[in-house]
Design a protein around this ligand. Structure first.
Ligand code: SF4
Ligand code: SF4
Length: 463
């Protein structure tokens, strides 16, 4: 038997430790990226067996990618963690809640039914119960409502450009915009069609598969990938737009990478090689065309016509989702864009691009750690007191909105939605704090565009 191959060339320098949001709050070596790599190495070398503790340590990671960015040895932590998660699930299975999530997300018809049931559940849950219980670190009464009708069901597949046509775009909506944050979707449609683009919203798209990959459900993830590659590839277009950088990272990085990996591993046996090669070509084509909305807006900002009467909206902060910093690299572009918007005072908070602790389902699986990570964020936001907090990831939006209202941070005072309030800090100093509304930046941009430009939109009443 040949000697086991070393899995990585970690020099144990520790640079990844201070980049890791989990390590920073727990300060335990076993919660560090460096330790996770060593655990994976020991597991691969068969000096460590699968166990619930090992699975727990591997899962206590936000999959944020910050460690890989900091690592001078160029280790691809993301891929190693993803593979290890898959092995842990194979050996030990999943919890019933995560199993149900995987079941729901692996077919669009199930997501639709699940959203319907969640809506009914929200309606039937008595207020006293919702006030008392949490989903992970988010109180039930702070969770966003599920849309009555999903965005894609409400919109026709093809929406024509307003005015002179410049091209056509396909819109990958993602699940959260489709079922929860319709304001983001409608703003996307408004802005892009007004910029002169025909918009195609494929009805047969489904979950981008990132949550499935995070939970080691590679077969189900592959099914979703094939569905999306078929749905998106069916339309000739100049670009594929996403409103979430996590979905964008799936289309741009994960789809081509997984297909290449399966082909290299020989895991494609039983299916003609030619069909895998075709799939790989289609995935690459989709990856090359995928852009996130804020990069697109940055490149077309000269064409936006803002209403001169838009009042200054005051201080605005931004939370950069992990994928926008570590995979998509849009963070500097977004900062530059926000600085240029004439109707806001964009003020970066300290640690603007630090993870909020959402991490897909991390906030649900590790609520105490997620809360510690979030508390640091809340502290900075409360100190700055912006009117709007912008973010281009729906999970971050859920997590931030859910926690901004709890008031359970180290700081005295409570940020509430609703009217402007005056609070008294326990030190006796009185200060004024305003509601903070968490939104996708595209919604603020939409709201500031010239109003008469929107009158003829047939779907405007839905907004
Ligand atoms: S991906 Fe993020 S949370 Fe996970 S180990 Fe790396 S830095 Fe830490
Ligand atoms: S930064 Fe890279 S080389 Fe240094 S300890 Fe972390 S994983 Fe190892």
């Amino acid at each position: 038997m040949s000697a086991p191959k070393p899995l990585q060339n970690c020099g144990k320098c520790g640079l990844c430790l201070m980049a890791c949001p989990v390590y920073k709050v727990l300060k335990e070596e076993q919660a560090s990226p460096r330790a996770r790599l060593q655990l994976i190495k020991a597991f691969e070398n068969k000096t460590l067996q699968s166990s619930p503790l090992l699975k727990e340590l591997i899962s206590k990671c936000l999959m944020c990618g910050s460690c890989a960015l900091a690592c001078p040895s160029g280790i691809n932590h993301y891929e190693k963690f993803m593979d290890m998660r898959q092995k842990m699930v194979k050996d030990l299975g999943e919890t019933p809640a995560i199993k149900s999530l995987i079941y729901l997300l692996s077919k669009e018809s199930r997501i639709r039914r699940g959203a319907g049931m969640a809506k009914l559940g929200q309606k039937l849950t008595p207020a006293w119960l919702a006030n008392k219980h949490c989903m992970g670190n988010i109180p039930l009464n702070q969770l966003p409502g599920i849309s009555r009708i999903p965005l894609r069901k409400k919109m026709t597949t093809a929406i024509p450009a307003r005015g002179a046509k410049k091209g056509s775009l396909v819109y990958f909506t993602g699940c959260a915009t489709n079922y929860i944050y319709k304001d983001t979707g409608l703003s996307m449609i408004s802005v892009l069609t007004r910029l002169g683009y025909d918009l195609i919203i494929p009805q047969d798209q489904t979950c981008c598969a990132i949550p499935l990959l995070f939970h080691g459900a590679r077969d189900q993830a592959l099914e979703n990938m094939v569905t999306n590659i078929t749905a998106l590839g069916a339309h000739e277009c100049d670009g594929i737009l996403v409103d979430c950088t996590t979905c964008g990272a799936a289309l741009k990085d994960e789809y081509p990478a997984l297909i290449r990996k399966l082909m290299a591993e020989g895991s494609t046996k039983g299916t003609p090689q030619a069909s895998w090669e075709t799939l790989a070509v289609q995935a690459k084509k989709i990856a090359d065309k995928t852009t996130d909305i804020l990069s697109f807006i940055s490149a077309h900002k000269q064409d936006l016509v803002f209403d001169k009467a838009t009042p200054n909206l005051g201080k605005v902060a931004y939370h950069a989702p992990c994928h926008s910093r570590n995979s998509f690299n849009t963070w500097p572009l977004v900062q530059a864009l926000l600085k240029e918007l004439p109707f806001i005072d964009y003020t970066p908070t300290p640690e603007e691009a630090e993870c909020c602790g959402g991490g897909g389902t991390f906030f649900y699986e590790h609520p105490k750690t997620a809360k510690k990570i979030m508390d640091k964020k809340i502290l900075h936001i409360k100190e700055m007191k912006p009117r709007y907090l912008l973010t281009d990831c729906p999970v971050c939006r859920i997590n931030l909105t859910g926690n901004l209202d709890t008031g359970k941070t180290d700081q005295p005072g409570k940020i509430k939605t609703g009217k402007i309030k005056t609070g008294k800090i326990k030190t006796g100093k009185t200060y004024e704090y305003k509601d903070i509304q968490v939104l996708h930046p595209i919604t603020l941009i939409y709201n500031a565009l010239k109003k008469d430009a929107w009158k003829k939109d047939a779907w405007k009443n839905d907004h």
